[in-house]
Design a protein around this ligand. Structure first.
Ligand SMILES: [Zn+2]
Length: 313
């Protein structure tokens, strides 16, 4: 069982037991008699483990609130395991990502024959998770921009800094603890995914997180970090944008731009093939006339990138 790690007084982080797609992090913030959960996990087995750990560290304190940092399933598919009276907060706009890839859709994709390149990629990436048994529980307390919660006398500030990774991306800041839960505005030692963009907004979000002056930053994926991790993320985004701009000016297709991307100082970050997703968003940023592409096509291109350039290639 993965332990919750204490990262500040009465603040804990859950760091997923695996690496790669879907292995997200989560958190617990305790106040007097009450507690907040930051994100649930990708399936019920993982979320049960996380909530059992939370119950242990909370020692009788009641979970009154939860926040879903954004609408990707690896941060909210476990919501149904929260008690019905728990208020589930999310920034308005978070649910669009949820509706793009609901659990039934993921489950069907895993069973489908998607051809010799995409089928093994999907199974390798999403096979560890059980989507069949999930009933989606959507956030029921939506906010615009910012919301401050009182969790048993403790202040927790929610800020929607998106669109960036998705249409809405919330960070949870616990000022008295110097902790920021960054959701997927931060991937640590892992290649970020920009579904929505623009990168300029994501870079601004990194600056906002730095301005909070945290001692500990819990990324949506990867090991617990600090401001260094946020600066590295910012650097990757700038590096990718410069490449997209130059590749677009040379007349390259998105696919060519993604294959030609030199990770430079970010070599070694897991899932480098995810540049394919980000490059699509960057091209739309550089040239708004760039066509939008459906998710399955993007996954097919990403699986191909992985086959040609990936670690197993
Ligand atoms: Zn995620």
């Amino acid at each position: 069982m993965t332990e919750l790690r204490r990262i500040a007084e009465d603040v804990w982080a859950w760091v997923g037991p695996g690496r790669g797609w879907g292995w997200s992090n989560a958190g617990v913030v305790g106040g007097q008699g009450e507690a907040l959960i930051v994100d649930t996990l990708y399936d019920l087995r993982l979320t049960r483990e996380f909530l059992a750990g939370a119950a242990q560290v909370l020692d009788g304190r009641e979970i009154t609130d939860a926040v879903n940092t954004h609408g990707n399933g690896d941060h909210c598919f476990g919501n149904e395991l929260l008690a019905p009276e728990v208020r589930v907060h999310a920034a308005r706009g978070s649910s669009s990502a949820l509706h793009d890839a609901p659990p039934q859709h993921m489950s069907a994709l895993l069973k489908a024959d998607l051809g010799p390149v995409l089928t093994p990629y999907m199974r390798k990436s999403f096979g560890p998770f059980a989507f069949d048994e999930i009933t989606l529980r959507e956030p029921d307390s939506l906010f615009d921009g910012e919301r401050t919660l009182d969790v048993g006398g403790r202040e927790v500030r929610l800020h929607d800094l998106g669109p960036a990774h998705t249409e809405a991306d919330t960070v949870a800041h616990v000022p008295d603890a110097g902790v920021v839960f960054a959701g997927d505005l931060l991937f640590a030692e892992a290649t970020p995914i920009m579904w929505a963009g623009p990168s300029s907004n994501w870079i601004a979000a990194c600056d906002r997180m730095i301005a909070m002056d945290p001692e500990v930053v819990v990324p949506g994926h990867g090991p617990i970090t600090g401001q260094d991790g946020v600066l590295a993320m910012r650097g990757y985004l700038e590096h990718a944008f410069e490449h997209a701009e130059a590749a677009h000016a040379r007349g390259e297709s998105v696919e060519q731009a993604a294959h030609g991307f030199d990770t430079g100082p970010y070599a070694g970050w897991e899932n480098p093939e995810r540049i394919v997703i980000t490059m699509h968003a960057l091209y739309r940023e550089v040239d708004p006339a760039s066509p939008a592409v459906d998710m399955l096509t993007i996954f097919r291109m990403m699986a191909e990138w992985d086959r040609v350039n990936g670690a197993d290639a």
